[in-house]
Design a binder for this molecule. Sequence first.
Ligand SMILES: Nc1ncnc2c1ncn2[C@@H]1O[C@H](COP(=O)(O)OP(=O)(O)OP(=O)(O)O)[C@@H](O)[C@H]1O
Length: 268
Amino acid sequence: MTLTADAVSVHVGSATLLRAVSLAAQPGEVLGLLGPNGAGKSTLLSLLAGDRRPDSGSVRLHGRDPRRWPAEALARVRAVMTQSASVGFDFTVREVVALARLPHAGRSSAAEDRRVVAAALELADVPHLADRVYPSLSGGEKQRVQAARALAQLWMATDDAPCRFLMLDEPTASLDLRHQHGLLDAVRRFVSSGVGAIVVLHDINLAAAYCDRVALLDRGALIACGPTRQTLVADRLAAMYGVSLAAIDDGQGGPHFVVRAPAAPAAP
Ligand SMILES: Nc1ncnc2c1ncn2[C@@H]1O[C@H](COP(=O)(O)OP(=O)(O)OP(=O)(O)O)[C@@H](O)[C@H]1O
């Protein structure tokens, strides 16, 4: 196991955000984190990233608490795309993505950094935006640029650790249909180079299509974790989300979930 959470709990005041959650992410796989709003997905991601300390339990990245890694070494082995990333200055898109190369200073040449930035812009489908000023972009365009930034940060293996981890919190939230699939396809291709990805998703059909394994969180507890097909089960999802839901065989090897809208309340 190269990235593990062992019985991690987080409390704030009287609220329990996570309750004894254990989880392992693997190189070469996409692990989906799913669950209702407030289930604790972002909190768990922040623990795995080393951005937050659990109140009990432990996180280990290559055998060490990520909070004990030197900041630059940690940045070379894990990259995080959060739900809200702001850029306070009028940087161009290329400059924003190039910031991701700072942890590689002295280890990567300027030419290599330019090559990586161009490749990451390409993979996130934003090369045409490279010279645009970041604050002028639409929400979905910014989200794809932030994905490019995370990809550029991890682009090449380093001698710090045997495997890198890409952590994405709702990376498709602002994306149109084509770009939702494009981005997750890009993540899959990136993962095939041996990177591990942990991706928070709300769309169960995207999870079914792109995740190797999924972990289901509900009210701070891990209720299931395993291979996507066996874990994304209609009854379990219906109970977790509190919706009426059916799985349909789409004839392409995977289940497709259809949510039935609740009956509208009677008009007064
Ligand atoms: N400082 C805090 N005090 C009290 N509750 C908090 C605090 N920070 C977070 N929470 C609560 O912890 C719970 C878990 O939050 P988290 O952001 O991890 O959920 P999530 O599963 O990512 O949700 P979403 O799908 O809405 O993004 C939420 O109910 C949130 O309101």
